[in-house]
Design a protein around this ligand. Structure first.
Ligand SMILES: Nc1ncnc2c1ncn2[C@@H]1O[C@H](COP(=O)(O)OP(=O)(O)OP(=O)(O)O)[C@@H](O)[C@H]1O
Ligand SMILES: [Mg+2]
Length: 226
């Protein structure tokens, strides 16, 4: 069994002439939760999207990203998902008009095995969603919608779950519910990599916080003179 869920080496993300990520390296252990923290425009979402193969149109990634010994840099999302990585994206990206159930099932496209069994397993950890299965996702509160985005990610039985600002705009109570859901995922053996603007919130959600600004990690272990 590999000792890391993810290895990122010298990652550069470029949108046209803009370098959004300027050579970032880090490792996420198999049973670790790591946060990328830092202000607007720091490059956090670009890193998560580069890993998941979901950079928008002009985005290009360079460097090396491996998971479980497989090189995943530049692979499309459906192939990254099949290798055991899921993303709960910025803004949640739920299908608002579809039911909670159908949103969950859309997360199982990469799943090898019985979807119904997995749905029951995931719902056991999310009683709030189990009680709202037939409601359109649009009727959920912000906290419930974020729980759905996380649960949808878990449907594919990932080894690594990526989360882009999972507590953005939520009340302290809803934030605690998200933190509990993330702890439960960890307890189930899933590694986590999340993006979060506040270093303080990041520290409450993850074991280890990597500070980012201007597309670099601060302090950058490879550039001590910065
Ligand atoms: N599709 C795109 N086209 C051009 N530039 C982009 C694109 N997406 C992001 N950028 C630029 O890349 C830089 C990093 O953005 P990114 O969204 O990765 O940062 P972030 O740390 O996630 O910020 P936030 O905390 O606001 O979510 C910014 O300067 C942003 O304007
Ligand atoms: Mg972002």
């Amino acid at each position: 069994m590999p000792s890391s869920a993810l290895e990122v080496r010298g990652l550069v993300v470029r949108y046209g002439a803009i370098d959004a990520v300027r050579g970032v390296s880090f490792v996420v252990g198999t049973n670790e939760s790591v946060a990328l923290a830092g202000p607007n425009g720091g490059g956090k979402s670009s890193i998560l999207n580069a890993i998941f193969g979901s950079l928008r149109t002009t985005g290009r990634s360079f460097g090396a990203i491996t998971s479980g010994g497989t090189d995943i840099l530049g692979l499309p999302s459906h192939r990254v998902a099949r290798l055991g990585i899921a993303l709960a994206p910025e803004g949640r990206m739920l299908a608002a008009g579809l039911s909670v159930r159908d949103n969950l099932l859309s997360g199982a496209l990469a799943l090898q095995g019985a979807t119904d069994t997995r749905l029951a397993e995931v719902l056991a950890g999310f009683p709030v969603l189990a009680a709202r299965l037939d409601r359109p996702a649009a009727t959920l509160s912000g906290g419930e919608a974020q729980l759905l985005a996380i649960a949808r990610g878990l449907m594919a039985r990932p080894r690594l779950l990526l989360l882009d600002e999972p507590t953005l705009g939520l009340s302290p109570r809803a934030r605690n519910e998200i933190a509990a859901a993330l702890q439960a995922a960890r307890a189930g053996g899933i590694a986590l990599l999340l993006a979060e603007q506040s270093a303080q919130v990041a520290a409450s959600l993850a074991d280890r916080v990597l500070l980012m600004a201007g597309g670099r990690m601060r302090p950058d272990p490879l550039s001590p003179l910065q």
